[in-house]
Design a protein around this ligand. Sequence first.
Ligand SMILES: [Zn+2]
Length: 343
Amino acid sequence: MSYKTWDEISLEQKVAARLLKNHISLHRLNHAYIFEGVKGTRKSEIAEFFTKAILCKHLDESLNPCHECDHCQRIDSGSHPNVFIVKPDGQMIKKEQIKSLIEEFSKTSLESGPRVNIIYEADKFNLSSANSLLKTMEEPGEDIYQIMITENVQALLPTIKSRGEVIHFKELDRGIIREKLQSIGIDASYANPISQYTSDISAAVEIANDELMIEIIDLVIDVYEAMSDPKKSVIITFLENGGKVIADQSRTEFFLDLMIIFQKDIIQSKLKNDHICFYSHHFLIESLSKKIDLNTAKDHLEKLLELSMRIKYNINKILAFNELLMVLERGYKNATQSRRNPI
Ligand SMILES: [Zn+2]
């Protein structure tokens, strides 16, 4: 999923694309950039594209790299001698890593032309590794560029932060993620909730291609269908397939998050709001919303949120889900009774 053009980047990161492209077109590159933004904003893919735009000798009239020349291809395969990548060794970027970067760059075997260091998780510098890097930044060579990537710009050492231009990457629009999923053949009934669950485009594609995760989305629908069906038991419906959910922490959290999204849809429907996520199931959502009052729907949401906090700890999941689903089911199935007897 690497980028081919500035226009593609611009669809997701308009401001960043305009800034970086400008620097290329004016031949006014900074010696240090800090790419900052939450997970899933594709900072590393954009850093790679930018590196190509710096090194490629065959930019087209829109300043897109050619993706075919020797420079572009070696950047793609990670074998370009003038592009150096640093990732933290364990929890830290160590001084030795920066030393070897500097050594590497002083070798005569390097090709002429620009050199680019891409530093991942730049918030993981310690003082001594940062100082080593800063020495190189104080006397930047003609054509040496640092691209530092971080999810947490606040955690960057101030000395590093002050020397680089911060490029902010904004969280991806959910509509873009949904369209991306639909463009690879994912049905809207799954693309919608997945795009609501995560703003990380790679994670979204991974979930959409994971059969078990898709089954979990189906299970959320099954559970809510059982709530609206007097002949079905919600707990039995859950237990039939819930084993897959409970067996794994990330799936448990996914299931609960989707339950929360569905519950919010019920509340939206009660408020006569059209913006619901599980739109393909809007009949079910409407019918459920008619069976409970707003306070009960909000109370159910509270219960779901509360469990999604507790589930992070070591609790008995089966028991916790049984209790939760029992409360939710009672809300729908005793509704007729309670209406007759409001006390
Ligand atoms: Zn090229």
